[in-house]
Write a protein that binds this ligand. Structure first.
Ligand code: FAD
Length: 448
């Protein structure tokens, strides 16, 4: 059985929370029942590639099971596009496998990084730039095998152990260990996409471009200049893309080209440098769309070209704020959020706006809902940062929205519970042997 090691270096992507864990790294899935039975009075949480930003993947003074070595392919039916793999496999390796098998299949949904495990993608029911058409990752999971702390291995699917299936998709690792999953992959003509980047002037233009694009473009997203204000509030670059057949040879496999070897000092990112960068970046795109045919990496994973870009915020780390505001009040609330951020004069170059669609996920606790999602980073400057984020929470809550647990490390229990009214139903599916810092914080007020 894999040994437990006391570690303090299991950080999340935001690097704000620094906790002690007992970490195990099993090499084979048959070690998992033993690990669970040997936990004594400690709780357990699975760890994937640590790409969640806050504390949803952390379990202070308790056990983390690093799932990355459990990455074996169980079966790939290339005729029907059904992939059955262990949950520690990364999306990067799934894409490599797809290319090796002829390139006719692709991930049905992908987040903005491929350095995410299958288990992590399911546990946060991740969404991508095609949410308006494809829904969430969980919409494409056919079944999964879940190991509970009592040693039971359960197959969960829309037909079997249905409630537990729904609770596990978006269940933040709290229902047990996802050992493997079967996925319906997406048929594609190859590794190329046609894409357009359009510079736009304000928030209304963002909504107009969205309305013009959703029917014909599978993938849409906007980069937003979070410091713009007044008539320019919400300006940015709208990007849209769709798969296309191209006779070009397959693009070379992309690895991170640039690495940030050290943490940046705190003064490297401030309002002046950010404003200058945003103004420069905006000019990258013109107001008239120019169509390009590009490898999928350019559309889905531009940030992956920079290894460990999270070090850019220095040792203090950073928070990401991601919320969704339901349709109807989303335009006004998004305007209010952006105004609050630009007034504060903080934020980061990495700021994204996206319209989410109304395709329901099977996930009980899934984050997405039809409306607008805003995501951006904030360097951790202590109390002023937390105060700004609380003001954003108030706007989100008043508009009936909610924050994304995968990005969160500080939301108040009352705000979380207001956003996820179904959380009380979810409590009965939480495995008593599992917990996380996030869950202990947001579930205050009930016996867990
Ligand atoms: C650059 C970047 C871009 C991103 N873009 C998006 C995006 O566009 N859309 C989006 O939705 N998210 C996005 N994310 C967030 C990311 O997709 C999620 O946080 C994802 O869950 C991380 O997966 P991971 O393997 O790193 O898991 P971790 O962060 O290690 O863990 C995440 C959660 O999954 C659970 N978990 C992991 N493996 C298992 C398992 N085998 N069984 C049970 N539970 C498990 C953990 O317990 C934890 O609760 C982005 C993150 C980054 C860094």
């Amino acid at each position: 059985m894999a040994a437990l090691h006391e570690r303090t270096d299991a950080l999340s992507w935001g690097r704000v929370h620094r906790f002690k864990h007992a970490l195990a790294r099993p090499a084979f899935s048959d070690e998992l029942p033993l690990l669970l039975s040997a936990r004594e009075d400690r709780t357990v949480l699975a760890r994937g590639l640590g790409r969640s930003y806050g504390d949803s993947g952390l379990n202070e003074n308790n056990i983390l099971i690093d799932m990355r070595a459990l990455d074996h392919v169980r079966e790939f039916d290339v005729v029907n596009g059904v992939l059955d793999v262990e949950a520690g496999m990364s999306l990067k390796d799934i894409l490599v496998l797809c290319a090796q098998k002829g390139g006719a299949w692709f991930l049905p949904v992908t987040p903005g990084t491929k350095f995410v495990t299958l288990g992590g993608a399911i546990a946060n029911d991740v969404h991508g730039k095609n949410h308006h058409g494809a829904g969430c990752f969980g919409n494409h999971v056919l079944s999964l095998r879940l190991l509970r702390s009592d040693g039971q291995m359960l197959t969960c699917s829309p037909k079997e152990n249905t409630d537990l299936f729904r609770a596990t998709i978006g269940g933040m690792g709290l229902t047990g260990l996802i050992v493997s999953a079967r996925m319906a992959m997406k048929a594609v003509p190859g590794p190329w996409l046609e894409s357009e980047d359009i510079r736009y002037d304000n928030l209304d233009d963002f909504y107009n471009l969205t309305a013009q694009s959703l029917a014909d473009w599978e993938y849409t997203v906007a980069w937003v200049d979070c410091l713009a204000r007044g008539a320019q509030l919400g300006r940015g670059i709208f990007s849209r893309a769709r798969h296309v057949l191209s006779t070009r040879p397959a693009p070379p496999r992309s690895e991170p080209r640039l690495a940030l070897p050290i943490s940046f000092p705190n003064f490297a990112l401030n309002r002046v440098t950010l404003a200058a960068f945003n103004a420069f970046y905006l000019r990258r795109a013109s107001r008239r769309p120019a169509r390009n045919v590009v490898p999928f990496e350019n559309v889905f994973y531009p940030l992956d070209a920079i290894g460990q870009f999270n070090l850019m915020y220095g040792r203090r780390g950073f928070y990401q704020y991601q919320c969704v505001i339901p349709s109807g009040g989303d335009r006004d609330a998004t305007r209010a959020l952006l105004a609050e951020i630009s007034d504060a004069g903080v934020g980061s170059f990495l700021a994204v706006l996206k319209t989410l669609g109304d395709k329901a996920s099977p996930g009980l606790m899934s984050f997405p809902m039809a409306g607008t999602t805003l995501a951006l980073d904030f360097a951790n400057d202590g109390a002023p940062t937390l105060s700004l984020l609380s003001r954003l929470d108030a706007i989100t809550r008043a508009a009936g929205g909610r924050v994304y647990p995968a990005k969160d490390g500080r939301v108040a229990a009352a705000d979380y519970q207001a956003g996820y009214g179904q959380w009380r139903d979810f409590v009965r599916f939480v495995d008593p042997g599992f917990s996380s810092n996030f869950w202990r914080r947001v579930s205050q007020g009930t016996a867990v």
